[in-house]
Design a protein around this ligand. Structure first.
Ligand code: GDP
Length: 525
């Protein structure tokens, strides 16, 4: 393939996640984006997945029971010369470490905020991971068709709670029953809201309202808009594309996903303001998407999509070169050579065989048990490893033991494999060797229990612990008397020391008492 053609393919690609708190409107927005791409005939395909109608015969039992997708899924579509990969981030009870890890595979994020609620807990958690990675984050404030918080208050909340600069690109004119549209500060156009009917645009320079403007926007609201625009221009942040690309400033858009209002203009701006697939650090330095050979890393392994065959799908983010089905690659960890014969891509509602893929794309590989989370795969003959995925501190902990001591061997084997796969985190207490599982979401424990039974025929017993905060610590800094049952010293599976704190109060007390002990929040494996 010519270098130019490859460059075009790379430049047109965008790979992003939508982060939000449950019910903010992520599914509705995703549907509308898929509609833009002509991907689904009727909106509702994505929704069906949530309500359980989507369940196909080969979903894991627990998914069927609950009508949810246990792990993040991927959607691909084309829109205006771009090839889009959206990686889903599950919420609620299905929140898990996979949700965090997914964010390591994207180049940008869309943050959906419910305009009636502001920033909620899960948005904050996911935002922090995006912030750590320094990727562009664009904000869509949703549900303008409902009476919500004051837009200025929402901006303040973004700046204070998330500690990121904001720049409203669009600005709402009224809200709820009196919602009339949004003003775009870049294009200097008002998009007129007409409920379920298609919106249209009228020009407005921010000063003189033309007849056309006055026909569509109440004069009183035009006056208000003028004041607000000049306030934003004078007192607001300056716009800077560099800051957006560095994840230091979030452009903000207002709209209503359900009415499909403001979605297209938001997405057009999104495509302009975000970058194509970026280079990744590796053991031999930066690997750019243009690097001559195929490379990628595994950020998720979804087990048991077909329980009859116990197959697993390893999700790969392509980082460089061209992927071709049937190609020979090297698994960097073991330096084993393998042929990638079974590969899939994911459309709105189905899984299809993929023959080729390019940097930024997410593909699924059939896995007979060879892969681990974080693995690098590269074109044959090369050996390097992408930098490790970060570990995310669990917030839920449980001691785990096998019910029937005779099954101890199976128990050990099951735990080792499931931990390797990244289903849960495992810790041991140094002297007694108690096993402690750590998770970021309740579902991880349920899936763990289910799989131990289904795949290893082992019944396990959990006893939930009070502890809720984990921090990695340098063992050399720990002295006698620093830890007790409320500040529990454990070791992770790589023998790094971790402190488990019972609650925020105990955590703060420890920090005050031992200010020199460095407590790490997120730890590179
Ligand atoms: P998710 O949990 O973030 O995926 O949220 P959903 O997309 O499922 O939306 C949650 C609820 O909010 C649903 O009942 C939607 O119909 C509703 N919703 C989504 N977007 C809007 C909107 O723009 N306006 C209003 N009024 N409701 C919305």
């Amino acid at each position: 393939m010519s270098t130019e053609k490859m460059k075009d393919l790379i430049d047109g690609r965008r790979t992003f996640a939508i982060i939000s708190h449950p019910d903010a409107g992520k599914t509705t927005l995703t549907e509308k984006l898929l509609l833009l791409g002509g991907m689904i005939r009727s909106a509702g395909t994505v929704k069906a997945k949530k309500s359980g109608k989507y369940a196909t015969s080969d979903w894991m039992e627990i998914e069927k029971q609950r009508g949810i997708s246990v792990t993040s899924s991927v959607m691909q579509f084309s829109y205006s010369d771009h090839h889009i990969n959206i990686v889903d981030t599950p919420g609620h009870q299905d929140f898990s470490e996979d949700t965090y890890r997914t964010l390591t595979a994207v180049d940008s994020a869309v943050m959906v905020i419910d305009g009636t609620k502001g920033i909620e807990e899960q948005t904050l958690k996911l935002f922090k991971v995006c912030r750590m990675r320094g990727i562009p984050i664009l904000t869509f404030i949703n549900k303008l068709d409902r009476e919500g918080k004051d837009p200025l208050e929402l901006l303040e909340e973004i700046e204070d709670v998330l500690e990121i600069e904001s720049y409203p690109v669009t600005w709402p004119i009224g809200m709820g029953k009196r919602f009339q549209g949004t003003y775009d500060r870049f294009t200097k156009k008002i998009e007129i809201y007409r409920g379920n009917e298609d919106s249209f645009h009228v020009d407005f320079d921010g000063k003189e309202a033309s007849d056309e403007v006055l026909q569509n926007v109440t004069p009183e609201y035009v006056e208000m808009l003028k004041d607000e625009i000049s306030l934003l221009d004078e007192a607001g942040n300056d716009f800077s594309v560099e800051k957006v690309k560095a994840g230091e400033l979030t452009p903000v858009f207002f709209g209503s996903a359900i009415a499909n209002f403001g979605v297209q203009s938001f997405f057009d701006a999104f495509l302009n303001l975000t970058s194509p697939p970026q280079p990744r650090n590796s053991s031999i330095g930066e690997i750019t998407p243009e690097y001559k050979d195929f490379s990628g890393f595994i950020f998720k392994i979804q087990a048991n999509m077909n329980p009859a065959h116990r197959d697993r799908i390893a999700f790969v983010r392509v980082c460089s070169g061209k992927f071709e089905r049937g190609m020979n690659v090297t698994l960097a960890r073991t330096e084993r050579k393998m042929k990638l014969a079974q590969s899939h891509q994911f459309l709105a509602s189905s899984r299809e065989t993929v023959d080729e893929a390019y940097p930024g794309d997410i593909i699924g590989l059939y896995d007979a048990g060879n892969y681990q989370i974080g693995d690098t795969i590269i074109g044959e003959g090369q050996v390097f490893k992408f930098e490790p995925l970060p570990k995310f501190p669990p917030e839920l902990f449980a001691k785990v033991r096998v019910k029937n001591a005779m099954k101890h061997k199976h128990f050990e084997k099951g735990i080792t494999q499931l931990v390797q796969e990244g289903a849960v985190q495992l810790y041991r207490t140094p002297y007694f060797n108690d096993l402690i599982l750590g998770a970021v979401g309740e579902l991880q424990f349920q899936v763990f229990e289910h799989r131990m039974k289904a795949e290893y025929n082992v019944d396990i017993e959990f006893s939930r612990m009070q502890h809720s905060i984990a921090r990695w610590v340098d063992k050399k800094q720990l002295k006698d008397g620093m830890t007790d049952s409320r500040v529990l010293h454990v070791e992770d599976r790589d023998d790094h020391s971790v402190l488990l704190f019972e609650n925020e109060f105990v955590f703060r007390l420890f920090q005050d008492k031992y200010p020199d002990v460095k407590l790490l929040n997120i730890f590179e494996v």
